[in-house]
Design a protein around this ligand. Structure first.
Ligand code: ATP
Length: 872
């Protein structure tokens, strides 16, 4: 039944009960019931229970469970219960974090899920590809992914890349004719398209024959991976760091274990203490904190129109030092209106159009025929350049649909941004004519004649000069110019690229595409943030420079370069000169790759935007490929690390700023955890080396590390955006997060907390009751680590960034404080946590000493840190 390629399109339509006007709603329902959704089966998702159990596979948790077992065995049931409670709470928190991160990644994935253009109920609409069903009429254009198998009904030079199915990287030219052969290999079924391939050129109308697991790819595909949390470079380096640190801490724990035994402590107590110290000091949560902060950060970015497709992009965003952006639609509004027309040796302004000039009308007629845009009920559908032409038709009372019906299209060569031309063959009266429109420089070199009211003449060099001057004049005002030419062809000609020569030039149409209002400000922000904005466009150099000047990307004309100039210089030379150029005009997608490489070789981190199918390699080459959500092709989106849902340059700049904040928040959160752990270790080392009693019970360390520390760490990761972050230089991507200044800060802050803790311990010891001492040490360590959360919010003082600007940190610290208060005051918990009652002055000391690191660090930040040096 799968041999649709052996049937004519009419037969396939009949077999599948299809309809050239598209399926109707009732029918779609029935088909959905019969065929299901168009999706491949996924690997079964893990249940929350499985995720919870996985939390116990951690080496340290296993040690703790072992310790709990040993305590139970020795009859120390309280310890067992406390360890179990702590481990379970830790497991629940880990599970919640995991599920939350997975959900947010899943919803991100859904936001960038593919769509398909279909004919339903007689209307052309866009639906999620998942909803495609057998019998649907699907439209394919260059850059679309084919999301189901189908028989081609109509094709205009359709070429498809089927490498994911056949391994063949060359595109295949498709046709509609029936293939009358048995056992034709997939790659040779040229009247069919297959799910998993993508359109590299042309367009087609297709009848869907198979969906989901019944497609050819469905038959060979392994089960789809779920939105898996893949580790980013930062997480990998943190994991490596964590492993190394674990060894050091295990060595310290072993040393302390030996020391305690040597001093005559019981083996089991010493063992429990060493284990708790190791568990408390090894920063096992680093990588999961990064996951949750990244996941929550990407959710925020999605709300601000930037959908992150690859999590590592968030980290690199903060290091971007060059943003290469398309012009049309990204820096400009992509709302084009015709301003001037040049025809019959005259420039006609917009308000002087349609004064009954025949040639003027002929030009507009051609502009409507060599055009795929339509306006239906005031809705504009299609390429904005072509929509502008359709709107121009209104001035002449020319309706594009009527015109296209009267002068039917016999053939076409679609527009592509390499060739910068588009041609159609139309039946005009009793002749067939090929109309070509496109970039003037390309079109003029292919024209040999010119039509004016004096008839058709040879196109002389003077004529060419004159036209080029007019074009220059238009371009200097930032106008985008399209040139038009035509030639007579035989009716049955199947036009090909070789036909786009020997043309008769007829005129120019110039349109305005104003810069987006926010572009100039975004460019300025970019420059202030040490990022070089570069415009890369297929448009004319003068037009591009004019727009670039308006928004501040370019100052001098000499900063603009054309694609052909680029071709004349070597990679080495480009690397030398690349910093001198801000605008590249008339470039083709291959040029983009060279520009990216040149910047990268100079040590820059480069972001590049793209929309077309040919942009995919450049999007992959860039450190961050950014695809356009509205105008971008599916292929471009798939290759990109990020998708802009509003196609707007300023969204890129906003994302950089978000990326920087997220990175800084992760850094701060790690600093918070590590400095707290350092404080714990320093205190224990001090007491051990000073031959003092053990300052903490094992449960104290576990309680602080696994419970009260987690929430402030996440809250720090959610610190709101600090506008000043865009005043810094981009972060050097080669500098590791855990660098020397970072380590110094962690050690100093850890030392301050340990100092307060040990003073409290000594005050407690002076009462002669070691339980008072350890209660005081534990309370001070716990409270000062909580309060230290305020310190870790930013490199600036909390009074500068706003004491109340992060509500999460308040919630987490108050929560931690209440937990601590519960342990200190609630009798059954006091027993469990080996706490004794303290008097008012002892509490006074605890509060004073706990606030000490906060106060000292804040004074230092107020006096010595201002933003210019804060993040460098
Ligand atoms: P970007 O800044 O996104 O690269 P662009 O639209 O100027 O924008 P292309 O789409 O590659 O870049 O267009 C390059 C040139 O091709 C335009 O300057 C124009 O002369 C011509 N062109 C654009 N659209 C069409 C079209 N639909 N048909 C024919 N020619 C076109």
């Amino acid at each position: 039944m799968n041999e649709f390629y052996r049937k004519s399109s009419d037969e396939v339509l009949e077999v599948l009960n299809g309809n050239l006007k598209g399926l109707i709603d009732d029918d779609i329902e029935k088909r959905r019931e019969k065929y299901g959704f168009n999706e491949l089966d996924e690997v079964k998702r893990k249940s929350p229970l499985q995720i919870f159990i996985e939390q116990f596979k951690d080496f340290l948790v296993l040690i703790l469970l072992g310790a709990a077992l040993i305590s139970a065995f020795l009859g120390k049931l309280e310890s067992t219960i406390v360890i179990l409670i702590v481990v379970i709470i830790n497991g629940v928190l880990g599970t919640i974090q995991h599920i939350k991160a997975e959900q947010s990644l899943k919803s991100l994935k859904a936001l960038s899920s593919p769509t398909a253009k279909v004919l339903r109920n007689g209307n052309r609409i866009e639906i999620p590809s998942r909803e495609l069903t057998v019998g649907d009429i699907l439209y394919l254009d260059a850059g679309d992914y084919v999301s189901a198998d189908g028989r081609i009904l109509e094709t205009f030079s359709l070429q498809v890349n089927e490498s994911s199915l056949t391994g063949e990287s060359e595109s295949v030219l498709k046709f509609t004719e029936t293939i009358d052969n048995d056992n034709v290999a997939i790659g040779d079924r040229k009247n069919m398209v297959f799910s998993g391939s993508f359109v590299t050129y042309g367009r087609a109308v297709v009848l869907i024959t198979n969906i989901g697991m019944n497609t050819e790819i469905g038959k060979i595909a392994n089960l789809l991976e779920n939105a898996k949390i893949k580790k980013t470079p930062l997480q990998v380096s943190l994991d490596n760091f964590g492993k190394k640190l674990a060894f050091v801490i295990l060595a310290i724990s072993a040393f302390i274990f030996a020391l305690n035994i040597f001093r005559g402590a019981e083996i089991i107590d010493s063992f429990m203490f060493a284990v708790s110290l190791a568990v408390a000091a090894i920063p096992e949560a680093l990588s999961s904190i990064v996951t949750i902060v990244l996941a929550l950060g990407t959710q925020k970015m999605a709300k601000e129109n930037a959908i992150v497709r690859k999590l590592h992009a968030v980290e690199s965003l903060g290091s971007i030092s060059v943003i290469c952006s398309d012009k049309t639609g990204t820096l400009t509004q992509n709302k084009m209106t015709v301003q001037k027309v040049f025809v019959d040796d005259r420039v006609i302004k917009h308000d002087e159009l349609n004064h009954d000039k025949d040639l003027e009308k002929k030009l507009v007629l051609m502009a409507l025929l060599c055009n795929d845009a339509v306006t239906v009920e005031k809705k504009e559908i299609g390429d904005p350049t072509e929509v502008a032409l359709v709107n121009l038709g209104e001035i002449y009372d020319l309706d594009e649909l009527v015109i296209r019906k009267n002068y039917s299209r016999l053939g076409e060569i679609p527009f592509d941004s390499d060739r910068k031309l588009m041609s159609t063959v139309n039946k005009l009266h009793d002749k067939s004519i090929m109309i070509t429109k496109g970039a003037l420089d390309v079109l003029l070199s292919r024209s040999v004649k010119i039509e004016t009211s004096n008839g058709i003449k040879e196109l002389t060099e003077e004529h060419k000069k004159e036209i080029e001057n007019i074009n220059k004049d238009f371009s200097m005002n930032g106008l985008r110019v399209l040139a038009f030419a035509y030639k007579d062809v035989k009716e049955d000609t199947k036009i090909s690229l070789e036909d786009e020569f020997n043309l008769t030039f007829i005129g120019l149409i110039a349109m305005m595409d104003p810069p987006r209002i926010e572009s100039a400000e975004a460019v300025e922000n970019c420059i202030n943030a040490g990022i070089k904005p570069v415009m890369i466009t297929g448009d004319h150099k003068i037009t591009a420079s004019a727009i670039a000047k308006q928004i501040g990307i370019l100052k001098y004309e000499s900063e603009a370069m054309e694609g052909f100039e680029l071709e004349n210089i070597s990679d080495e030379e480009l690397k030398e000169k690349v910093e001198n150029f801000s605008v590249y005009a008339r470039v083709s997608p291959e040029h983009k790759i060279r520009i990216i490489r040149a910047w990268q070789e100079r040590g820059n981190v480069v972001a590049m935007t793209g929309d077309g199918v040919n942009d995919a390699p450049a999007l992959k080459q860039a450190d961050i490929g950014i695809a356009m959500g509205i105008t971008g092709t599916e292929v471009a989106k798939d290759a990109a690390a990020m998708v802009l849902t509003d196609d707007n340059f300023s969204t890129i700049v906003k994302s950089v700023s978000n990326g920087r904040s997220i990175y800084a928040n992760i850094e701060n959160s790690i600093k918070f955890l590590l400095s707290g752990n350092t404080a714990g270790i320093l205190s224990v080392l001090y007491a051990s080396l000073g031959a003092l009693p053990i300052p903490f019970a094992p449960v104290h360390l576990l309680f602080i590390n696994l419970i009260t520390d987690s929430f402030p760490a996440i809250a720090i990761g959610l610190e709101p955006h600090n506008e000043n972050i865009m005043k810094e230089k981009p972060r050097d991507i080669t500098t590791p997060i855990l660098n020397k200044p970072f380590a110094i800060e962690v050690i100093i802050e850890g030392f301050l907390i340990a100092l307060g803790t040990m003073i409290a311990f000594h005050i407690g010891l002076s009462t002669g009751d070691s339980r008072v001492a350890s209660t005081m040490a534990f309370s001070t360590l716990c409270l000062s680590r909580l309060l230290h959360g305020f310190n870790s919010r930013s490199k600036e003082s909390i009074f500068k960034i706003g004491l109340f600007s992060n509500k999460y940190i308040w919630i987490s610290i108050v929560f931690g404080y209440l937990m601590l208060a519960g342990i200190l005051a609630y009798r059954p918990l006091m027993e469990l946590f080996e706490i004794t009652k303290l008097n008012a002055s002892q509490y006074g000391y605890i509060y004073a000493l706990s606030f000490m690191p906060l106060i000292l660090v804040q004074i230092y930040k107020l006096l010595f840190v201002n933003y210019n040096n804060a993040h460098n």
